[in-house]
Design a protein around this ligand. Structure first.
Ligand SMILES: C[S@@+](CC[C@H](N)C(=O)[O-])C[C@H]1O[C@@H](n2cnc3c(N)ncnc32)[C@H](O)[C@@H]1O
Length: 359
C-alpha cells in the first residue's frame, strides 16, 4: 500500500470502529432507502447463487469483502443450514431466526451448494457485532468451520482456489468507503487477483455519482447520528465530538426539502436542544454533486463513483472480455435506481444470466 493510502486506512478504521454499533442499528437494519438497496442485492445474490448451484451444478464459496456486521453471513447461514444438523440447544434459536424474514427461510438448493460464507473487514468492532449476531441466531458453532470472519484489508485478499468456486462480493457501496479513489483502485486490483486464477467471480455493487442529488443528500442527512453532520448543512454549531445530532425522522430519497430538524444531545444522552433546523448550503451541496465526495464533520468520507469512473477501472484493471458493467435500474427499477454493478466473471459462469439484465 502507498504511504498516504495507509494513513487514510488507519483513520477510516478508527471511524468505523467508533460508528459500528449505531451503523448496525440505524443503517443496516434501519434507513428504508438503504434496506431497499440491501434487499435488492440479497435477491440478486440469491439469483446468482441459484444459477451457479442449480443450473451449473457448482459448489460455491461466498466471500464478502468489507463484510461489516455480517449481514450476508447471517442471511446465507440461515438459508443454508438445517437446524437438525446443529446441536440440540441451538435449534430453537435458529428456527426463530429463520422466521424473522422471508429471506432467512431454509433453502435446500443453497444448503446443497453453498459450502461456506466468509468475509473480511478491517474493523474489529464490526466483526465482533457480526459474531454476536451469529451466536444470537444459534449459529455460533459454525464460526470457524462454515462461517469465517477475517480481520484484514480488502486490498490484500488471498488467492482463492477453484473449488468451491469463489464468489467475492463487495456490497452496499462499501467501495465508496474504502479510502477514496486510490482505495477503490486497490480493491479492483485485489478482487481480480483473488479470483482470476481460479475462474471465480467478483462483484462490486455501488451507488452512482449521478444519484447524489436524488439519493445521497437526504440519506446522509437522516443518518448523521451515525456518520456525523454532512458538511453541506449549516449551521455547524453542534458538529463536534461533544454533541450527537439525532434527526427527528428518516428523510427519504427524492425529498427536495433543503432543511432537516435534529435533536441535539450531549454524550450522556441528555437532550440539550430540541428541533434545531439545519439547512443546505448551495455551494457545499454543489461540491458533493459535482465530485461525488461526501464529507462529514466526523472524518467520515464516502464516494459515490460515476458510471464512467467505474467503467474506467474495469477497462484498465480487469480483463475486458470477462467483465460486465450493469445498471441496477435495468434489473430492478424500484429498488436499484441509484445502483451500478461491476462483475468480473473469470470462469464465464454468468453469461446467460447477465444477458437478461443488459438489454
Ligand atoms: C458500508 S459498510 C458495509 C458492511 C456490509 N458489507 C453490509 O452490507 O452491511 C463498509 C464496511 O467496509 C469496511 N471497510 C472499509 N474499508 C476497508 C478496507 N480497506 N478493508 C477492509 N474493510 C474495510 C468497514 O469497516 C465497513 O464495515
Amino acid at each position: 500500500m502507498l504511504q498516504d493510502l495507509n494513513q487514510v486506512y488507519e483513520r477510516d478504521r478508527a471511524v468505523w470502529n467508533s460508528c459500528a454499533r449505531t451503523y448496525e442499528e440505524q443503517i443496516v437494519g434501519g434507513h428504508p432507502d438503504v434496506t431497499a438497496y440491501e434487499e435488492f442485492e440479497e435477491d440478486l445474490l440469491d439469483r446468482i447463487l441459484l444459477h451457479l448451484i442449480r443450473d451449473r451444478k457448482t459448489k460455491v464459496r461466498l466471500y464478502d469483502v468489507g463484510c461489516g456486521s455480517g449481514r450476508l453471513h447471517l442471511r446465507y447461514a440461515l438459508k443454508s443450514v438445517l437446524p437438525a444438523s446443529l446441536p440440540y440447544e441451538e435449534r430453537s434459536r435458529i428456527r426463530s431466526a429463520q422466521r424473522v424474514k422471508a429471506g432467512y427461510v431454509f433453502d435446500s438448493v443453497l444448503s446443497h451448494g453453498l459450502e461456506s460464507i466468509g468475509g473480511v473487514d478491517f474493523s474489529a468492532e464490526m466483526l465482533e457485532l457480526a459474531r454476536r449476531k451469529l451466536r444470537r441466531a444459534g449459529l455460533g458453532t459454525l464460526l470457524g468451520n462454515r462461517l469465517f470472519l477475517d480481520q484484514g484489508s480488502a486490498f490484500d485478499l488471498p488467492l482463492f482456489s477453484p473449488y468451491p468456486l469463489p464468489f467475492l462480493v463487495t456490497v452496499c457501496n462499501s467501495i465508496g468507503v474504502m479510502q477514496g479513489p486510490k482505495g477503490a483502485e486497490a480493491l479492483f486490483r485485489s478482487m481480480c487477483r483473488a479470483v482470476e486464477g481460479s475462474g471465480g467471480i467478483a462483484l462490486i455493487s455501488s451507488y452512482r455519482k449521478e444519484a447524489i442529488q436524488s439519493f445521497a443528500l437526504s440519506n446522509y442527512e437522516s443518518t448523521m447520528n451515525v456518520c456525523g453532520q454532512p458538511r453541506w448543512l449549516r449551521p455547524d454549531s453542534y458538529a463536534d465530538a461533544r454533541h450527537i445530532l439525532v434527526p427527528q425522522a428518516y428523510k427519504r430519497a427524492y425529498d427536495p426539502s433543503g432543511e432537516i430538524l435534529v435533536d441535539v444531545f450531549n454524550r450522556k444522552g441528555q437532550l440539550l436542544h430540541p428541533a434545531v433546523a439545519l439547512r443546505r448550503d448551495p455551494s457545499a451541496v454543489d461540491y458533493a454533486i459535482r465530485t461525488g465526495h461526501i464529507r462529514t464533520y466526523s472524518d467520515y468520507e464516502s464516494y459515490w463513483y460515476s458510471w464512467d469512473q467505474i467503467q474506467a477501472w474495469m477497462d484498465t484493471l480487469w480483463p475486458k472480455d470477462r467483465a460486465y458493467h450493469l445498471e441496477g435500474c435495468k434489473i430492478d427499477s424500484l429498488r436499484a435506481g441509484p445502483v451500478q454493478l461491476a462483475v468480473l466473471d473469470a470462469g464465464n459462469h454468468l453469461k446467460d444470466l447477465v444477458q437478461r439484465w443488459s438489454v
